[in-house]
Write a protein that binds this ligand. Structure first.
Ligand SMILES: [Zn+2]
Length: 130
């Protein structure tokens, strides 16, 4: 039988309700533990997007770091990495803006920072998300 259980989002502590099917073979203790890990939709989307985009950003920056200042560091390569970084940073900025109910921060200067110095990914992330 399905019923509603109260939870508090593990990130923002906002109360919510989640449907639980008690035909699952879980003890009351297991259900209580499970409820501690439930996130509201807003936090779930934000944290999943930032996690995925952060991983992608570091992967792109890491690859770019291997190319920069080599003979493969040409205009085409720079434009290709610029496009990738622009997509990632735009998604991060949009996710942060939606989550915090603020206007999306500008990303163009951050993209150029990373094209010039991919080691600054952590600094750029901090500036975009905080
Ligand atoms: Zn939340």
């Amino acid at each position: 039988m399905k019923h509603k259980l109260q939870y508090f989002c593990k990130f923002c502590r906002k109360p919510g309700e989640v449907e639980y099917d008690d035909s699952n073979p879980l003890s009351e203790e297991q259900v209580a533990t499970w409820l501690k890990f439930v996130a509201c939709d807003s936090c779930a989307v934000y944290y999943r997007t930032t996690r995925d985009m952060t991983r992608r950003l570091y992967a792109v920056c890491n690859d770019w770091f291997g190319v920069i200042n080599t003979p493969h560091d040409d205009l085409d390569a720079r434009n290709a990495v610029r496009n990738k970084l622009n997509k990632i940073l735009t998604r991060l900025a949009d996710a942060a803006a939606k989550f915090k109910h603020v206007q999306a921060p500008e990303t163009a200067s951050h993209v150029e920072t990373l094209v010039d110095n991919p080691r600054k990914a952590g600094i750029v992330l901090h500036q975009l998300l905080n």
